[in-house]
Structures are given as structure tokens and as C-alpha cells.
Design a protein around this ligand. Sequence first.
Ligand SMILES: Cc1cc2nc3c(=O)[nH]c(=O)nc-3n(C[C@H](O)[C@H](O)[C@H](O)COP(=O)(O)O)c2cc1C
Length: 190
Amino acid sequence: MGILPELQERRSYRAISPEPIEKDVLTRLLVAATLAPSCFNNQPWRMIVIEKAQDTPHYQLVAATLNQGNAWALEAPVLVTFATAAHLDCRLDEGRDYAYFDVGQAVMAMQIQAQAEELIAHILAGYSASKLRRILKLPQEYVPLCVLAVGWPGDEAKLPENLRVAENSLRSRKNLNEVAFSGAFDTPWF
Ligand SMILES: Cc1cc2nc3c(=O)[nH]c(=O)nc-3n(C[C@H](O)[C@H](O)[C@H](O)COP(=O)(O)O)c2cc1C
């Protein structure tokens, strides 16, 4: 058995088509995210979906919070913000605030479902969180952790040269010996 295709083939592509995504597909993505495990089943994820076709002015407000380097994401028909607050989930010793951890799992679950649906779901952290919080009406204790730009694969010819190159780049990962250990931190996996 090899690595699952949804994991192997998922990439943070930026060439996204503006074509809208059907409601039932979006609902499946949301349900997939909610199937993630969480500490005591606290389910701390909150997902705010904004569809360009349904609510263009609101979409434009959210889009305006993105950093310039993320301008490519303005083509995406859907932006999903994942938010949470530490008090929604386990807070254990040694700084173990599981809200963020569990939201990460929900994001990955959505990404895997998106991959199986042949959608791109590109995570962004490059935006003004304070502006985004205001636009989404998130209470102060909530953190807008990431935005997913979701859409069908698009035309990479529309991307600037550097991003077009990145679309076709080889995947870059640290050597397993740098991140995996056998028994203790001082013994690399291999
Ligand atoms: C928390 C987080 C924040 C990210 N923020 C951005 C971003 O603001 N803009 C962007 O283009 N990509 C962003 N990415 C995508 C990463 O650059 C990408 O996942 C990484 O380079 C690995 O590439 P891959 O997803 O194709 O395997 C982000 C990813 C994560 C997990």
C-alpha cells in the first residue's frame, strides 16, 4: 500500500477557477471537517463560508483583508474562515491548548474531502486578522486561524510568473530524519 492519493496529490495550488461550487458540495466539505476528532469531542471549529456569487460585497470585504501576496485567492469562488477560541476546547498543562490543534485536524479533513472532490482548498494565514474578525463579527476571544480559498482548478496562465513556476515545482519536504525519531529525540528515524 502506498500513501493515500488524497494526501500524495494535494498541493496548495493557486490557479483557481471562479466557477461557483454547488451548495451540496460545500456542505460535504463542511461535514467532512466536522468528522475530525477533538478533545472530549468539544468540536471547537467554527467555519464561516463566503460565496462570491451569493454575497459579492461581503466577499469583497473579506478579500480586501488578504495580503497583497495572496491576491491570486481573489479568483476563488469560496472563502472559508476557520475560527476558534481557546475556551471552546481542552486547556491542559504545558501550554496544551487543543482548540488550535483540533481546528487543524478539521481543516485537514476538509482538505482531504476537497481533494477527493477534485477541488483546490488552499490554506491562507496572510491576512489582517483584526479586520477579518470585525467583518465576520467574531467576538474578541475568537481567533480567525486560517482562510481556505476553495475552488475548481483554474488557468495557471493567469498567474504571475513566479506563482506559475510554483504551481509546477517539486514538493519540498524536510528529510524524515529531521522530523521523525526512533524512541527518543536524539535518535533519528533512519
Ligand atoms: C497555516 C498555514 C498558512 C498558510 N498561509 C499561506 C498564505 O498566506 N499564502 C499562501 O499562498 N500559502 C499559504 N499556505 C500554504 C503553504 O505555503 C503550503 O502548504 C506549503 O508551502 C506546502 O505546500 P503544499 O501544501 O503544496 O504541500 C499556508 C499553509 C498553512 C498550513
